[in-house]
Design a protein around this ligand. Structure first.
Ligand code: PGA
Length: 260
């Protein structure tokens, strides 16, 4: 965590909970958000419950009384049209979202999203006035064959190709080693820091060292209350993208506090 960058901790609920649980979890996080200290908090519910979460956060009335922001888990790269089952970036914005996760490894591996698909979505989400949280990360086979650096480099450069420096300055990147997601196997702080430093160097190549220095890079993959502090202590880790542990208010807030 750097003193120059405010940390950002986001909960990726994936395809979990129901409307009542989404509401009560949101209320619990919002009521206790101050416990986390100086950290941006984001909840990313399933699209169908986004309005429920927006209402529980008071977003419908404008602003965010609790300071907790809303984010999408995915978006289409077009603003409207014949795309059955999809959600447009402007729709997320319309209901009060400020962020949108893009290129999550589950989208990449289960739904065939390539870097160029992610790139189109990043541009569309920026155009809609949202902050993309752009995910990158290597698989176990890629790490074991020494390809981590090459894979992450390709993903960062491909997913962020053609984005002007002014826009790059506003985005969030999430480094999520695929082998650490939902497995309970967290990257060591040194493994994570090494890749975060690489991502920052790539961001500098795409913009400038000054801009790259302001961009927040989250770590994701089995972040829990008991490993958050050592990750937060790394100079280039500016927050967390939390899956499983974000489904419990106590755990999510404890993680946020480690970064606050
Ligand atoms: P996890 O998921 O915290 O359950 O490992 C992280 C993510 O997929 O964003």
């Amino acid at each position: 965590m750097s003193t120059r960058r405010k940390s950002i901790v986001a909960g990726n609920w994936k395809m979990n909970l129901d409307a009542a649980k989404a509401r009560s979890l949101t209320e619990a996080v919002a009521a206790r958000a101050a416990e986390a200290g100086s950290v941006d908090l984001v909840l990313c519910p399933p699209a169908l419950y986004a309005t429920t979460v927006a209402a529980a956060l008071g977003l419908a009335a404008g602003g965010s009384p609790s300071g907790v922001a809303l984010g999408g888990q995915n978006a289409h790269d077009k603003e409207s049209g014949a795309f059955t089952g999809e959600v447009a970036p402007g729709m997320l914005r319309d209901i009060g979202s400020r962020y949108c996760i893009l290129g999550h490894s589950e989208r990449r591996t289960l739904f065939g999203e390539t870097d160029s698909v992610v790139n189109a979505k990043v541009k569309a989400v920026l155009a809609a006035g949202l902050t993309p949280i752009v995910c990158v990360g290597e698989s176990l086979a890629e790490r074991e064959s020494g390809r981590t650096e090459a894979v992450v480099t390709e993903q960062v450069l491909g997913s962020l190709a053609g984005i002007p420096a002014d826009d790059l300055a506003t985005i969030v990147v999430a480094y999520e080693p695929v082998w650490a997601i939902g497995t309970g196997k967290v990257a060591t702080p040194q493994q994570a820091q090494d890749v975060h430093a690489l991502v920052r160097a790539l961001l500098a190549r795409l913009s400038s060292p000054t801009v790259a220095d302001t961009i927040r890079i989250q770590y994701g993959g089995s972040v829990k209350p008991d490993n958050a502090a050592e990750l937060a202590a790394c100079p280039d880790i500016d927050g967390a993208l939390v899956g499983g542990a974000s489904l419990k208010a106590d755990d999510f807030l404890a993680i946020a506090k480690a970064f606050g």
